[in-house]
Each structure stands twice: as C-alpha cells, then as structure tokens.
Design a protein around this ligand. Structure first.
Ligand SMILES: Cc1ncc(COP(=O)(O)O)c(C=O)c1O
Length: 446
C-alpha cells in the first residue's frame, strides 16, 4: 500500500517507525500486541479529538442560521473513556439503551447533554432515563408516547420531561437498504404522510405532561451527499409550520440526525464536514424562508457517529492458517472475524488490510481474509490485495472504529477482543479482553 493511501485510511497519529513498522501515537503496534494480544482494537485519541473539533469548527464557520449542538452518536462506539473524551470537547451524547445510559453515567457525562433514542425503549429504560435526568428523550412511536406520558405522571416532581418527536421524513438516500432509516416504510419515527406525526405532536402539546421541544429525523447513514439533510430540514420545518397554524407550537430545536460518510477504499471521495455545514445553513435558510418567516430559527442539532470515530480505530489480527482451494480462492485466516466485525457479512461493508510489520510491501496476491468463525460468510475482506502473509504475521484493518465492536458477539463462545486508547502520554485499556470465565459465569452452577 502506498504512503498516500495509508495516510487517508489510518488514524492521524499513525506512521512508520525507523524499521518501517506501523506505529500509532509513537507506539509500535507489534509491541502493543505483545502486551495486549490479538485481536486488538486500537483507538487513537488524537483522531477523535480532531474529528470533534473539525465538526465544531466547520459549523462555527459555515453555519450561522442559529445556535448549534453536536451530539456524538454513541452507537458507533461507546466506552466510558470515549464518553469522557467527547464530553471534554463540549459535545452531547446520543444513546439508545439502558446500557449506553449507564456507561454515560459511569463516565460522569452531564445527563442534561444526553439524548435518548430508540424505536422500542422498555419501561425500565425510560424509568432509568427519567431517574438520571437525561436532557432529551426522542419519541419514536405511539406506545412509547403513551408509556412515557404515564411514567412522567407517576415519577415527575414538577418536572416535564423534554422530548423531541422523531419523524420518518420519507427522504430518499443513496445508501445500503439496511442503512436507510428515514423512508416511509422505516421502522423509526412517526410517518409524515399518514398524519400520525401531526396527531402525535398535537397529543403531546394538548396533554402538557411532556415538553415537546423539537423535531428529529434521521434519513440514513454513510451519506455522501448533502441533499437528504437539506430535504429533512425542509420537511421538518414544513411540518412545524402546519403545527404552528394548528396549535401555535414552534420547535426550539430541530435535528436532521447523523449519517455523514467516511472515505472507503475503492469508492468516491466524501466531501469534508465543511460542505455538510454549508448545506445545513442553506437548508435551514431555505426552510425558514418558506415555512418559518418571522419565527425564531430553531437550534440545530446534529448527531455524527461514524465520521467521528471510524478512522480513529484499527483492528489488528494475527494471521493463522492459509488455504488454497481448488475452487480458485486462497484464504488467509485470522484470529477474529464476524463476531468482532459483522459489517461485511451484514451489509457488504468493504475494508482493506495491510501487514503491520511491512505496511508498504507491494501486493503479491489476491486473497480472501476470512475469520475463525463457523460461517462461510465470515469474510472480513472477500478480495484483498496483499503481500504474501506468513502465519504469525499481524494484519491490520483500518477504519474499524465504528459499528464493529458495538455489534460484537460471542458467537462460537469466543471472548471479545481487548480495546485500547492510545496517545503519546499513555495507553488506556478501554475494554479488557473478555475471558472464558466471563463467558462461563453467565450459565450459573449446574
Ligand atoms: C438517530 C441516529 N442518529 C445518528 C446516527 C449516527 O449515524 P452515523 O454514525 O452514520 O453518523 C444514527 C445511525 O444510524 C441514528 O440512527
């Protein structure tokens, strides 16, 4: 792989040491592996900080229509260290489960900066959110609206929980079917066209138990074009305009979600976040011009996940057996796979790989990098161009920071990998490697 390509794929503080081996934040990856084992996920603190600051800077330079808040979408990857890092950058946190809420709490994350999403939050999760005092609950459907209203009546002490209404904006996106979230048949949000969204908002406003502070929509993820964001904003403002006429309500906040893509090998470049910020400005201005004349411009909220964390993380595997098949495929097996990264099997996500000890080595063969799990679909990279990898060598997958570990499983009862956060000062273990003991204790005694 060329140095130019490497620079685009790897974390900001990655480089080659004098011996030509890969390092991150001046730490030799082979040595990190000697200490922490494989598979190992390594996150570069500097890349996360730069990405957060990149968003804040782009918005401060290109978005002037109203105030703006950036909320990190924890589903991309969350650990207490990450929550703390994001908090230090002044951002909020979007969580989707009781577990993520508790991680935020453990990190001491200010709860008023937390938004609680999800299409099927349970009663106990909603109670937890109320007890912890999360800043916003994003209502997704009728039963949740009713449930939260009941809980708020039971639990509130003069407080009205602040909610956003999630709308399915019916905006088309050019992304994998599994990554689309805002079309009319999506599982998330109140549909716009059927009048349900209007009825739900009116119910909240009439009842007065919950405080409807704003509107939310998320059209999809891995978005490379700004059109869906602009369309979302416009539809949300058009919807708000109707509500204003009906009941005099106008949103204080409006969120077109997250979803900005990252550059992936073999696919067209993704514009920088400045382009997204400019489009949000244009979308808000246009929408307000059409639907909000004379009313205050709602605060803008955006929820990036992948574009903050994906490039910060790399996965390091040890190469095991090699198999040349009569069917024409040569496999290079590694000691991880679909249980720590289901994305290639789930929706065809594409990765590249490089040899840690000789990253610039020229490609010598096309192989399938396959995992250790008992599924034929357990392929991390179906066609990888690699130098001939020897058993015992280390293989690194860049861009592994988002949506790999959060979807990790214990398939085949294999313990989950260790995860570390590195910078020039220290190495912090964000998640220790799971042990067999961890797995076995769940069964209890016979
Ligand atoms: C509601 C919501 N917000 C934000 C995100 C984050 O998207 P991304 O990681 O692509 O930025 C998602 C991801 O699906 C989402 O569903």
């Amino acid at each position: 792989m060329s140095q130019l390509v490497l620079a685009k794929l790897l974390p900001d503080s990655a480089g080659l040491d004098q011996g030509g081996e890969l390092h991150i934040a001046d730490r030799n990856i082979r040595e990190l592996v000697e200490e922490y084992g494989t598979p190992l996920y390594i996150f570069d603190r500097a890349t996360i900080v730069h990405a957060c600051r990149g968003y804040l800077k782009a918005l401060s330079e290109h978005y002037r229509a109203s105030g703006v808040r950036v909320i990190y979408a924890a589903k991309a990857y969350l650990a207490p260290h990450i929550a703390r890092l994001v908090e230090e950058q002044g951002m909020g946190l979007d969580v989707v489960s009781g577990g993520e809420l508790l991680v935020a709490q453990r990190a001491g994350f200010p709860m008023e900066r937390v938004s609680f999403h999800g299409n099927n939050k349970s009663e106990s999760e909603l109670r937890l959110a109320l007890r912890l005092g999360v800043g916003r609950i994003v209502l997704d459907n009728w039963s949740e609206l009713e449930l939260l209203t009941r809980l708020a009546c039971e639990e509130r002490e003069g407080q009205r929980p602040r909610v956003l209404l999630r709308i399915a904006p019916d905006v088309e996106t050019d992304t994998h079917r599994y990554l689309q979230t805002g079309h009319a048949a999506a599982k998330f949000g109140f549909p716009l066209g059927s009048g349900e969204a209007r009825a739900a908002a009116a119910r909240i406003i009439d009842q007065g138990v919950l405080e409807l502070v704003g509107l939310h929509a998320h059209s999809g993820t891995m978005l490379r074009e700004t059109r869906p964001y602009e369309e979302c904003l416009e539809r949300l403002l058009a919807f708000a305009d109707g509500l204003y006429d009906d009941c005099g309500w106008w949103p204080k906040e409006i969120s077109p979600g997250g979803g900005w893509a990252i550059g992936v090998p073999g696919q067209e470049e993704v514009p920088g976040v400045a382009v997204l910020a400019g489009a949000l400005q244009a979308g808000m201005e246009r929408g307000m011009g059409r639907y909000g004349q004379g009313r205050p411009v709602p605060e803008l909220i955006i929820e990036p996940g992948r574009s903050i964390i994906a490039r910060a993380g790399v996965a390091v595997y040890r190469v095991g057996a090699r198999k040349v098949t009569p069917g024409g495929v040569t496999y290079v097996f590694v000691d991880g796979g679909m249980a720590d990264n289901i994305r290639p099997a789930l929706y065809g996500a594409r990765y590249s790989a490089l040899a840690v000890e000789r990253p610039l080595a020229a490609s010598e063969e096309r192989v399938c990098v396959a995992g250790r799990y008992c599924e034929s679909g357990d392929m991390l990279i179906e066609e990888a161009e690699l130098p001939r990898m020897r058993e015992g060598e280390l293989l690194l997958l860049p861009l592994a920071g988002a949506y790999c570990l959060p979807m990790a499983s214990n398939y085949n009862l294999v313990p989950r990998p260790a995860v570390i956060l590195v910078d020039e000062q220290c190495v912090q273990v964000m998640e220790r490697r799971e042990t067999y003991e961890d797995l076995l204790t769940r069964y209890g005694e016979l």
